[in-house]
Design a protein around this ligand. Sequence first.
Ligand SMILES: [Zn+2]
Length: 329
Amino acid sequence: MADLVDSVLSWLNTKLPFKFVYASEYWMVDMGPHIFPVKKYRMLYEKVIALGARPEDFIKPEPVSDDDLLLVHTPDYVNRVRSGALTSLEVQALEMPFSPEVVRFFLLMTGGTIKAAEEALKTGLAFHLGGGFHHAFPDHGEGFCLFNDVAVTLEKMKRENRLNRAMIVDGDLHQGNGTAYIFSKKDYVFTFSIHQMDIYPSNKQVSSLDIGLWSGDNDEAYLGALEPYFPRLYEEYKPDLIIYIAGADPYQKDLLSGLDISPLALKKRDRLVIEQARRLKIPLVIVLGGGYARQIEETVDIHLNTIKEAIRASRKSPPPIAASLISAK
Ligand SMILES: [Zn+2]
């Protein structure tokens, strides 16, 4: 009997405490010789398998529908993306190749963040092994972002009365300009962004709270800037859902980063953002955001640390009580 109890307990301990959203198509898209490392999605997926994930731990996304895209994006933009009719200037602003394959990549990624939010509202936490395309605006894409998966997801959840208030915690190196713009006139989303000031986007938008860092800023400056706000923002704003963009690109060896931030500091960032959300029983979606280290393994390891922090925090704090969730009403 004791043996049986032990084996059940060990099974419970090794079982991953939340679902991952992932599609193998994420890394099959051909971006050509481009800095955007789609391979990281597959590499991270393999690391999650190595952590003990089973097929039932993954949710496969559907491509987002036009109806959902139109909650954020303009009909003209959606039509022109769909028909491959972006102008060369628009493709230039996107800073990546534009092809039917790339369009499908972003349709799936947007559907993936929606799936993760639906799952998080049911179970407390979901991890999208993709997503975080925070530079897309309603009428144009830029900075490797064709559609704003985060904004479309929150608009959909709001429209379906699954939440009253939401928060975006954007830890990507770059300011979440598209998301900040989209929600600047909507008071149901609190947008928080910590980013490097002296890089793209040159035209910063106004988030609910922006923390600007400068080239050369180190771990101490980074964590010192973050710590006063967590859990304070959660306690004051009381969101029904948090989307955390756990960008790996603030890393000191990232090709796009001027910050001097170590993987350990990024891990501490993750712990702060995730653990406090769990402790307060606020449903949490984690998406990857950027990461462009010369050694792709380093980007993948930083993302893997975020997954490990999420597992750790989930085991430490029980899931939210389903009855407290709006989705259950
Ligand atoms: Zn970035």
